[in-house]
Design a protein around this ligand. Structure first.
Ligand code: SF4
Length: 751
């Protein structure tokens, strides 16, 4: 039988004292100490630390409705009970005298807050939403000769957040799209926005490729951020790898605590990582340290490209097809050579000058050690030493992990920097193998979930694209243009139809294209982002703003302009724990409150320890997205409410008011109130404007979609053999080596 430390403290000491006391030793003082433990008789609820994307699991002890202690959960596999000082002090968010627990209202031009009941707030907010929506709603637009239903409201913006739960983000996405909102974002737009297109283009999805625990299996680890201090608990896996003999190479302009644990610190000029990664790619190829069998079997390196495609190495920085007058590309040469069946042709020897591998080699041929020294400021000798160590962690028996955080994301060429890192890992065979990976260290514990659940302007929950009015006027057009011919996303039509059915219920039928017209249609792709709608506020085109768990007065690019923009709004709703800079934007230092007419509704939010819902964390379980449930706890500040309730209240103000002051089990995400809220949201959305623009049912609207689902099923992804094939004997020592490595690691043997 195993006995945890907590069990021992709770039960063991009393039993031990009885046994020993019977032997003549008086342990009553010890027993008294045990009974005075804070957690005695407290009920433990699982939670997740909100401060960073390690998402450390917590046990939150609650007694008499109060949080009495927060500790790391020893059963969590990726943290094993650890919390860093930030995580240990999260109770200060719940028990904080500066936390606001009642609703506040700031009238136009007023110089102070007024306290208001929630009933009143919800009714007023609902009226503002309706007024702005009615004033800015666009039902149809002319696209060519056709009248296209767009059901779009550009006059309201909504910010979800990666500190909100999956359920909250999903309901925000559903409600916002139901209202026709296109200005919808979360904090992922500002932090790891470059990660998703880079990882998505390389691997098919935008999450990190491995999990944090697996880092312990690496032979070389290359952090490019201050991992030890910014994501501290997960750094234990780096240190475990080091105990096994792994080398740590820290690439950072600053010498930090991560540098102090590293074998080599590589000081690099800020913003030049792309040249450093390019230098490593060149070194790996020219010194033949790439993993040939892996590259042939698992990457598109052997595929043959159109001979007319020219790359920047051949055209002085431009790809073929550039039109200087229009400043855009004709992409007709950007394609593979196809065989008679429509599949890309291959050269598995990797010698054909038009294969992807040779193009890559030529492209990176100029990234010499001298260029790295000139651009990055890294001495040539140091670079060659580092390149040799890092690229040696390749082949069947070795792997390397590389990590990054915001320094790559926040660069003007952030996507290209991360993409270069991904390509380096691919040619070294460091993806999908124990100890290999690209680790994206994110800022909040639910960046992944907020993004998965669709609070971003360009996508719907689960990543189908938010439709555009030009190319996607009908569901058939939309599915034809957004569904690829190969790979996992051939299932896109199923995802979209399931979502439409979930949102519109019985109103979504095959005859009316599953009520596709109800979805708002964007005017163009380059619009409605965080930055775009702040400009809209500045120009007074966006009139209302709902902000939950984010502080755009501080975290926006050009924050001064962002604050001015928010002062131009007609109304703003802020749901947060404290009076944030955003909530107080009308009275910031140097601003005369009377000069701003923005009406502000402040609703106190629930802290993560108060809520009841789930997170999706890519770091815990790699790209597989571990869903972590957080259970209900009683809320300390009785007036605070989760964003689920605040959002639902907009749809049903009277019910929201009746529940003020309560946050019991009925308000759980799966409880009766939340369920009723979801039904109410659906009914309301259907009753309101989303019925506008309904068009006549059309037979056979999904013909294109159905045609793709032939009896043979979706076609396999081009260029990637089935995983089993890679492990077959045809790949010789490489594949056997992979299997040997896997067997050894599964047996728990180190190297
Ligand atoms: S490492 Fe991150 S998630 Fe874990 S306790 Fe510290 S701040 Fe919280």
């Amino acid at each position: 039988m195993s006995l945890s430390r907590r069990d021992f403290l709770r039960y063991g000491m009393a039993a031990a004292s009885t046994a020993v006391a019977s032997g003549g030793i008086d342990l009553s003082p010890v027993e008294a100490a045990a009974t005075s433990l804070r957690i005695k008789e407290a009920k433990a609820f699982p939670g997740v630390c909100p401060y960073c994307a390690v998402g450390c699991a917590q046990l939150i002890y609650v007694k008499d409705g109060k949080i009495v202690d927060i500790e790391g959960d020893p059963d969590a596999p990726h943290t094993e009970g650890a919390l860093c000082p930030k995580g240990s002090s999260t109770y200060q968010l719940s028990l904080n005298e500066r936390r606001i627990t009642g609703c506040l209202y700031r009238a136009p031009g007023a110089t102070a807050w007024e306290e208001k009941p929630l009933d009143w707030m919800m009714a007023e907010i609902a009226q503002r939403v309706k007024k702005s929506r009615d004033a800015t709603f666009v039902e149809t637009v002319k696209v060519g000769a056709n009248e296209v239903p767009v059901n779009r409201c550009e006059g309201i913006a909504w910010l979800g957040s990666s500190v909100l739960d999956n359920e909250e983000n999903y309901l925000i996405a559903k409600l916002a799209r139901g209202l026709g909102l296109v200005n919808l974002e979360n904090s992922a737009r500002l932090c790891h926005s470059a990660t998703v297109p880079a990882l998505g283009a390389t691997f098919g999805r935008g999450a990190m490729t491995t999990n944090l625990i697996d880092v312990q299996h690496a032979d070389v680890i290359m952090p490019t951020s201050n991992w030890a201090e910014c994501h501290p608990v997960s750094y234990k896996w780096v240190m475990k790898a080091k105990e096994r003999g792994a080398k740590i190479i820290h690439v950072d302009p600053r010498f930090t605590r991560t540098s102090a644990t590293a074998d080599i610190w590589v000081p690099i000029r800020s913003g030049t990582n792309i040249v450093f990664f390019g230098g490593l790619i060149r070194y790996a190829i020219e010194s033949k340290k790439y993993f040939h069998d892996y590259v042939v079997a698992y990457t598109n390196a052997p595929l043959l490209l159109d001979p007319n495609l020219k790359t920047p190495a051949e055209l002085d920085g431009l790809f073929s097809g550039f039109d200087p007058a229009r400043r855009s590309y004709d992409q007709s040469t950007w394609k593979f050579q196809l065989d008679a069946d429509g599949y890309p042709r291959k050269d598995t020897t990797l010698r054909d000058p038009n294969c992807v591998f040779q193009r890559l080699r030529r492209h990176y041929s100029r990234y010499t050690p001298e260029m790295v020294e000139r651009v990055c400021g890294i001495p040539k000798e140091l670079f060659l030493k580092v390149a040799d160590i890092y690229c040696s962690a390749s082949g069947p028996d070795k792997t390397a992990t590389a990590s990054y955080a915001l320094q790559l994301n926040q660069s003007t060429n952030g996507v290209q920097q991360i993409r270069a890192l991904c390509m380096l890992q691919l040619i070294l065979g460091n993806i999908g193998r124990p100890g290999g990976g690209v680790v994206a260290l994110r800022g909040h514990s639910n960046v992944q979930g907020a993004t998965d659940f669709g609070t971003l302007y360009h996508m719907l929950p689960g990543y189908p694209a938010e439709p555009l009015q030009g190319p996607h006027p009908t569901l058939t057009d939309y599915l034809e243009k957004t569904t690829p011919k190969g790979g996992y996303w051939v299932n896109n039509p199923k995802f979209v139809v399931s979502l439409l059915k979930a949102w519109w219920g019985p109103a979504a039928t095959k005859e009316n294209d599953y009520a596709y017209d109800y979805l708002p249609k964007r005017e163009k792709a380059d619009a409605y982002s965080h930055q775009h709608f702040l400009v809209g506020m500045y120009e007074k085109k966006v009139k209302g703003f709902i902000c939950m768990g984010q502080n755009p007065a501080v975290d926006s690019p050009n924050a001064k302009m962002a604050r001015k923009a928010m002062r131009n709004l007609e109304w703003m709703v802020v749901v947060d724990l404290f009076e944030t800079d955003t909530a107080a934007v009308w009275k910031e230092p140097g601003v005369d409150p009377k000069s701003s007419q923005v009406e502000v509704f402040f609703i106190p939010g629930a802290e993560r320890q108060d809520g009841a819902a789930g997170d999706a964390e890519s770091g815990v379980d790699g790209g597989r997205r571990s869903l972590r449930d957080r259970h209900r706890r009683r809320l300390e500040g009785a007036g605070c409410r989760s964003e689920i309730l605040a959002g639902r209240g907009l749809l049903h103000p009277r019910r929201a008011g009746r529940r003020e002051g309560r946050l019991d089990h009925q308000h759980d995400a799966d409880g009766p109130v939340a369920r009723e809220g979801r039904r109410a949201a659906r009914r309301r959305a259907l009753r309101r404007g989303v019925h506008r623009g309904r068009r006549q049912p059309r037979q056979g609207a999904l013909q294109g979609f159905q045609a793709q689902e032939g009896p043979a099923g979706p076609r396999p992804r081009v260029g990637l053999p089935a995983p089993g094939a890679q492990e077959g004997a045809q790949h010789g020592a490489g594949a056997q080596g992979v299997q040997r490595l896997r067997d050894r690691r599964h047996r728990g043997q180190g190297r």
